[in-house]
Every structure is written in structure tokens, then in C-alpha cells.
Design a protein around this ligand. Sequence first.
Ligand code: ADP
Ligand code: 5GP
Length: 203
Amino acid sequence: MTSSDAMKKGRLFIISAPSGAGKTTLGKAILKRFPEMLYSISHTTRPPRTDEENGVDYFFISKDEFKKNIKDGKWLEWAKVHDNYYGTSLEFIDRNLSEGRNILLDIDVSGARQVLSHLPHSVAIFILPPSFETLRQRLESRGTESPETIAKRLKNAEVEIAQKHLYQHHVINDSLNEAIERISLIIKSHMFRNRKDTTQTRR
Ligand code: ADP
Ligand code: 5GP
């Protein structure tokens, strides 16, 4: 991992949340507000949902390919979430940070932990649902998962929420517009800080 000029480096903005808390919805709104910000399209072994497109929402790849990339050191971070593998391309992140781009990552808590250990000046934002019951309702009304998968995601939500202290910022997604405002303010407050403190990716 190299980057000759730390001054030119962009910043990573990580958003994590229990499944169904609204990070996809919020992430899309944030990218509209900050059109110059890049979205890190993750790779996953999960099958696409009906409205998802390869290369837009995710790169959908096989387990064999994913595991080969682990061996070859191609992930900045990776995790097994709800029985599927998810990973962030190291090459994509390093190249774009070196070029000074700001990048939004939608990754789970374990991924955030890995990124923060390599790039400790990344900005980590945890999205919370207003209540556990609302989380259940949002997952059910999204209608993309089976009842078994929803149960698994709710169980995992408790584990993830228990680790929210890893994140500098916590935002409750109750009113969508208010959550978008709060996240935008957080991003703006970090975007214009001196980037000299952004460390190089260490791997
Ligand atoms: P995640 O990406 O965290 O799994 P989604 O963004 O897919 O969550 O949101 C889950 C469901 O909740 C979607 O149907 C979405 O439209 C809805 N939703 C998201 N934010 C809100 C909100 N603030 N109020 C009501 N519904 C919301
Ligand atoms: P979903 O299957 O609902 O799209 O995502 C499930 C979980 O995987 C979410 O918590 C999401 O943030 C996480 N996730 C998506 N992409 C990545 C990634 O590249 N790395 C990690 N660690 N988690 C990811």
C-alpha cells in the first residue's frame, strides 16, 4: 500500500447499522447530497435481490472467487455476515484515496473494525433504528427476506448494536430527513478538516 502524498488523500466514511435500520436508503440520499463522493461497491457471495444490479449495488461473485481473493490479499476488509461473504476491494480504496477522493462504505461492524485499524482516521457512523420493534417492521415491510432470514438478522442486530461504541457518531434513523441532515453535517464537518492526519493504508 503506498501513497506518496498524504496531503492529497481522501477520507473514508463508514456507515454501519443493523440490517433494516436504513443504511442503504440513507447511503443513497447521502450520495445525492455529495455527488463527488464515491461509493465503494462491495463484493458479495449473496444472491442478488430482485431490484439489485451487478456492478451497481454489489459485485456478485462466487465463494471460490471470494476465497481466492482472501488468499491473494485483495480485500481491505472482509467478513462473513448472515452466512454470506462480503468484502471491500483494497485496490479500489487505495487508488481513490491516493487521488484524494472521499469514499462512502456500507459495511458491517467487523468490517468497520478492520478498516479503522488500517485507516484510523476514517469517519465511522453507526445508524440506529428508533426501536427494535421498528427494525422488525422495516425488515418485514421491505419484503426481501424470508421469516427465517429476518429472525437471523434481528438476532445479529443485538450483537451489532452492542458494538456501537467503536463508532465516533451515532445517528437514530427515525425521521428519514432528519437522519440525512445529521449525517450530512457529520460528513461536512470532517470533509473540510486538514487531511494531513489521514494515515496510509497499512496491509
Ligand atoms: P438496510 O440497508 O440498513 O438493511 P434499508 O435502507 O433497506 O435498510 O431500509 C429498510 C426498510 O426500511 C426499507 O423498506 C426502507 O424503505 C425503510 N426505511 C428506511 N429508513 C426509514 C425511515 N426513516 N422511516 C421509515 N422507513 C424507513
Ligand atoms: P445486505 O445483505 O443486507 O446487503 O448486507 C448485509 C450486511 O453486510 C450489512 O450489514 C452490510 O453493511 C454488510 N456489508 C455489505 N458490504 C460489506 C463489505 O464489503 N464488507 C463488510 N464487512 N460488510 C459488508
